[in-house]
Design a protein around this ligand. Structure first.
Ligand code: CA2
Length: 143
């Protein structure tokens, strides 16, 4: 059976397309999900968003048991959550860290990613287009 790709989104990303369009664009998370499903083709894809750290950790645990790869935009938890880092470290397959904005051009508090310490690859600054780009890359990386 073909294993799914998990696309996990952290806090406030459910509000995409409504505020700060100069940084995050005008595409909504629902539209991003559609873009990801189109990019995935026949490969099953689980797309989730939560504002709660423990819920995201629960999905990483599911991915450890089931997924071919994880694409994660952990949003602010990227820089704060050792718990998410510890969970990701248990995953044996490829991990793509994703950010809509180029975090390296932003304020210092957006520049020390904990997720990067376990990511296979990092995609930043492509806007919403980063998501289907990550899915296409994951199709090549994943078993
Ligand atoms: O660029 C990204 O994708 C980020 O992960 C977005 C996070 C930020 O903490 C990261 O440093 C970079 C913030 C998400 C906030 O989401 C918003 C949604 C709608 C309007 C404004 C912000």
């Amino acid at each position: 059976m073909t294993k799914p790709i998990f696309v996990l989104n952290g806090p406030n990303l459910d509000r995409l397309g409504t505020r700060e369009p100069s940084i995050y664009g005008t595409t909504t998370l629902a539209e991003i999900e559609t873009m990801c499903r189109e990019a995935a083709g026949d490969r099953p894809l689980r797309f989730h968003q939560s504002n709660a750290e423990h819920v995201i950790i629960g999905w990483i645990h599911e991915a450890i048991d089931q997924a071919a790869g994880i694409i994660i935009n952990a949003a602010a938890y990227t820089f704060t959550s050792l718990a998410i880092l510890d969970a990701l470290k248990m995953f044996q397959g490829p991990i793509i860290e994703l950010h809509i904005s180029n975090i390296h051009r932003r304020e210092p508090h957006y520049q020390n990613s904990l997720v990067s310490k376990t990511a296979t690859a990092v995609i930043v600054g492509l806007g919403a287009q980063g998501y289907p780009t990550a899915v296409a890359a994951m199709l090549k990386l994943a078993d």
